[in-house]
Each structure stands twice: as C-alpha cells, then as structure tokens.
Design a protein around this ligand. Structure first.
Ligand code: ATP
Ligand code: MG
Length: 368
C-alpha cells in the first residue's frame, strides 16, 4: 500500500490523503463531524428568545441537553445571552428545584476564585469558614462564568473535582461528594485556547459534552423585533416603537448585543418623541456617562422608579452594570483612555478591565 506515494505497512489516517493499493487509488477524507441539529419549533428556550434559524438550532440542542446531567459549554460575546441560556437550561432540567450558582472566574484573584469554588477555612482574614460554590450548588447547577480565565492550577483542581466527583474540603478535612451539573461560559473560542496551550485539553473534553456558540446579535437581525416587542410587553406603560424604528434597530450592529439593546430600549422609553433622531441619539449615546447635573438627577429619578418595577435580582444586575460602567469610564477618562493605566488605578488585572469594557460595549485602546 502506498500513501501519497510512500510505501507503508500500517498507518493512521488523520487528514485528507490519497492511498494506493495496487493500481487502485482511494481518496481518504474525514467527514466534518459537525452534526446539523434540527430546528426547535419554539421561538424561545425558557427566558431566552430567538426566532432566527441559528437560535432555533441552538434551542433544539439545549432542549436535548436539558434533561441530562452532562456539562455544557456556552460560547459567545458579551451580552449575547450566555447566562440567560444557562439559567433556562437549569430551569428545564431535573435540577430545576435545586440552586443555580454563578461563579465569576474572570474578575478576581486566584486565591479568591479558589475559595469561591472550593470554599475556605477560618483564617486571620476570614473569621468564618465557608463552603464553596461546588457545595452550595449541590443538587443544582454550577455556572462557571468566563471559564477560559481559570489559572492552570485551578484548571487542574476543577478537572480533578469533575473526574472524581469529590472535592477536598479546606481545613475541615476529608472530602465532600459533589452533585452538580456544570455549565461553563466563555467569550473566547475555547478550542482555540486549547490549541494555543492556554486551556487544558482534558478539561476541555470533560466540559464540552455539549458545546454551543451564541452568535452576536448583528448576525441574527431577525431576533431584534421579537426581542423589542417582548421587552416592550414586559414593561407596562412603555411606548410601542413604530415598525420603522424597530427596522432601524434591526440594522444596528449592537457591539453590546442583547444587553445593549435593553439599555437602548430603556433610554427610548424615557423620550416622549420617538423620531429617527431620538433613536440615533439613543444608539449613539447609550454608553455616554457624561451629562449635566440636572439631567443626571432627572435620569436618576427615572432609573429608581424603573428599578423598583424590576424583580430584585434583575434590579441588582442593572445597578451593578451601571456602577461598573461609570467606575471604569471615569478611570479610563482619567487614564487618558489607556486601559493598562486605568486597570492600575482600579487595582484590577488589565485582562479583566478589557473584558468588562467589552461587555459594556466600550471600545478602548490598549497600551499607551
Ligand atoms: N435571547 C435572549 N432573550 C431574552 N433576553 C436576552 C437574550 N439574550 C440576552 N438577553 C438579556 O440580555 C442581558 C445580557 O444577557 P446575559 O447576561 O445572558 O449575557 P452574557 O452572554 O452572559 O454576557 P456577559 O458575557 O457579559 O456575561 C440580560 O439581561 C439577558 O436577560
Ligand atoms: Mg454573563
């Protein structure tokens, strides 16, 4: 037998090759392993809405994954809807009655992340021992946000926990059995992170039993009218945008994805006149933190009444987001727009600041 003209006895075929046996030539070509899932008949998966084909395909896959205990990886840009999908997956799973616990792996230091996940013992700085998220999420779902940001040692520890189904309890001694379903999210392409040597391949395999990517909103403009109309219906008293305006919103490129769309809608709801110029103003200024005193006060009053109309967790998320935005933009302004310097001022890793800014849809320069 010859492969690409070379005589061989035995060979493992990985890529496209021509092999010849006697005078017969065969072409070997591995099939692309991507399975085309059918479309979900629904325009939502739990709280996550979507009528585009990509979203309905994604819903179909999650519908399949929901009743299982298998880990899921959700990839997608900031604000694209990873967490809302993860929550919906939890709500549609047999663990729905159990807790849904979120651990943010991007923004904190390694020791903090470690104790967030695995708990910590009494120490000089922490007077009370606390179980970690693995134990808190027992019987439910553990959402590992920004899993690509995990350090090497923590990747190893996470893998061990998933493989053995137990964790070592800090201090207390002994081990605890874990009973969680893990859903991990990332803004990066995790396979590429593996190839680049930044993410452990074995952990990637363990986590990616189901792997989905939420496309950015600009790649699914058909979803915009559905989102707009549903959000409108949920906020009583909000003015209904004209079809023309919705059409205009569908053509925007939404760097902050669905989160940005929600902000813009809130902003629009506070303007009495919904002409085209108002819309472009809302789109253009939606991340502008500046404003004079009186309009600031007016906005605050409006915001407070809007917040009270929301359930606690959602209101808290809103406040945190707007705090993050103001805080980071102020530091960024003071740092002349240089992220590295803004990060130093805020005492945060540069990567985290980049990620937070991306999430807020802010474009910023890097080194200065
Ligand atoms: N498909 C959707 N249907 C309804 N609401 C959505 C959808 N996608 C996102 N949202 C809403 O947009 C906001 C941002 O979504 P979410 O927090 O899930 O994004 P994310 O991908 O986790 O973002 P980040 O990477 O910044 O954490 C939330 O208020 C969420 O409810
Ligand atoms: Mg998120």
């Amino acid at each position: 037998m010859r492969i690409e003209g070379v005589q061989v006895l035995e060979a493992k075929l990985l890529d496209k090759v021509r092999l010849a046996v006697g005078r017969t030539e065969l072409r070997f070509e591995p099939e692309r392993s991507e399975v085309q899932w059918p479309l979900s008949p629904h325009e939502h998966f739990g709280d996550a809405l979507g009528r585009s084909l990509v979203m309905r395909r994604l819903f179909a896959l999650l519908e399949r994954a929901a009743p299982t205990d298998s880990p899921v990886i959700i990839e997608g840009d900031a604000g694209a809807g990873k967490e809302v999908l993860a929550r919906s997956l939890h709500m549609r799973s047999p663990r729905a009655e159990g807790p849904f616990v979120v651990v943010e792996l991007g923004a904190s230091s390694e020791p903090l992340m470690e104790s967030d996940l695995f708990g910590h013992d009494v120490s000089s700085t922490r007077p009370v021992a606390r179980p970690g998220a693995f134990e808190e999420a027992s019987g439910g779902t553990l959402y590992l946000d920004e899993v690509s940001e995990l350090s090497n040692p923590l990747q190893a520890r996470l893998l061990r926990a998933l493989e053995t189904g137990e964790i070592k309890r800090p201090g207390v001694g002994g081990t605890a059995r874990i009973d969680v379903r893990v859903v991990a999210s990332t803004q990066r392409d995790l396979e590429a992170e593996v190839k680049a040597g930044r993410f452990r391949e074995d952990l990637y395999f363990k986590l990616s039993v189901f792997r989905v990517r939420v496309p950015p909103l600009r790649e699914r403009p058909e979803d915009v009218p559905l989102l707009v109309r549903t959000f409108e219906a949920r906020s009583p008293g909000a003015q209904r945008l004209s079809d023309q305006t919705v059409e205009m919103l569908s053509r925007h490129d939404w760097p902050g994805n669905v989160r940005e769309l929600r902000y813009v809608l809130e902003r629009l709801a506070t303007f009495p006149d919904l002409g085209a110029s108002t819309v472009s103003r809302a789109l253009g200024k939606n991340l502008d933190a500046s404003g004079d005193e009186s309009s600031g006060a007016r906005l605050r009053a409006e915001v407070t009444s809007q917040l009270l109309a929301l359930p606690y967790h959602e209101a808290k998320e809103r406040v945190l987001e707007s705090f993050e935005k103001t805080y980071l933009l102020e530091h960024l302004k003071a740092a002349g727009g240089v992220v590295t310097r803004a990060a130093q001022r805020a005492g945060l890793p540069r990567q985290s600041v980049h990620r937070m800014l991306r999430r807020l849809g802010v474009q910023a320069g890097d080194e200065g």
